[in-house]
Design a protein around this ligand. Structure first.
Ligand SMILES: O=C(O)c1cc(=O)[nH]c(=O)n1[C@@H]1O[C@H](COP(=O)(O)O)[C@@H](O)[C@H]1O
Length: 294
């Protein structure tokens, strides 16, 4: 890994910007659902999960910036699943892909620090480039996690407005105290993340990203797209959950260029041999959507 300006590892934001520029802002979800494994003739065991991961990684290589293994589907197979996950992450890194571990971790500070070391330490067991984290124990509880990430040239994606409909009542609630009084919970998180990225200078993309689902309208959550600042946006919800790549600009406005279009099940419909064509289709459609007038 090349050195960054401070002599440490290159930042996640800079590495992500390069990966997007070289390939595309597509994030290929690696979600080995039991039903898909069965349909593909694979077992929910080390061999089957490793084969699934390899098919997705090989299809993503050269076209996607990043892959996102959903840890739940590996964890469901226990220790064997974690061995398959390890093989999948290594294969992705060897292919030049960035990896965001979709673990949705979040705990009190001292506990959170060890989650971060487990997933993001460059010499740690998984050494992913980024992980998803939940701020619902308070944004401040993520401080140690973000510090570990930055020290390792890694990043985090903070859940702000998630794609699932049942999140809305919580994430649109209005804060009654603190510096973000009067803002929605989701908008408060967006502002906290933007401040965090601003605090480390002038990277084109920050190391602290946001999860803003593509199934919702930012306005409905009280979020102003400009407030996102330099945060990269992980946007699940395309494909199986109904969002359309063609709506990228309508959904994310001034920040559409910072969005990682994330799709999982939608890339699995044509079997292992069909993934590469679907990945290419999505990458082309993103380029077309971003090329279209705002
Ligand atoms: O953090 C995520 O990736 C995530 C956040 C969110 O708001 N909604 C969401 O669906 N996800 C994840 O994104 C993936 C979506 O999968 P598909 O609906 O099959 O494309 C799953 O792994 C989800 O856990």
């Amino acid at each position: 890994m090349s050195d960054g300006r401070s002599g440490g590892p290159a930042s996640f934001g800079d590495r992500l910007a390069s990966a997007v520029g070289e390939r595309s802002p597509l994030c290929v979800g690696i979600d080995p659902h039991a039903t898909t494994l069965a349909a593909w003739g694979l077992g929910r065991d080390e061999q089957g999960l490793t084969a699934f991961g390899a098919a997705l990684v090989d299809a993503a290589a050269g076209r996607a910036a990043i892959v996102k293994p959903q840890i739940a589907f590996f964890e469901a197979a226990g220790v064997a699943g974690y061995r398959a996950l390890d093989a999948t992450i290594r294969r992705a890194r060897d292919a030049g892909l960035l990896v965001v571990a979709d673990v949705k971790r979040g705990d009190i500070g001292t506990t959170g620090d060890d989650y971060a070391l487990a997933w993001l330490d460059r010499d740690g067991p998984f050494a992913a480039d980024a992980m998803t984290v939940s701020p619902y124990l308070g944004y401040g509880s993520l401080r140690g996690t973000i510090d570990v990430a930055r020290r390792n040239g890694a990043g985090v994606f903070v859940l702000a407005a998630t794609s699932n409909p049942e999140a809305r009542v919580l994430q649109t609630a209005v804060l009654a105290e603190g510096p973000r009084t009067g803002r929605t919970v989701a908008a408060g998180i967006v502002l906290d993340v933007a401040d965090d990225n601003r605090s480390v200078g002038d990277q084109a993309l920050g190391d602290v990203g946001l999860v803003l689902g593509a199934t919702l309208h930012l306005d409905d959550f009280g979020i102003d797209a400009d407030a996102i600042g330099t945060a990269p946006v992980l946007a699940p919800g395309f494909g199986a959950q109904g969002a359309r790549i063609e709506d990228l600009r309508a959904l994310y406005g001034s920040r559409a260029e910072q969005v990682l279009v994330s799709e999982s099940r939608g890339l699995l419909t044509d079997g292992p041999d069909g993934v590469a064509a679907l990945v290419a289709d999505r990458a082309d459609r993103i380029v077309a959507a971003l090329g279209a007038a705002a």
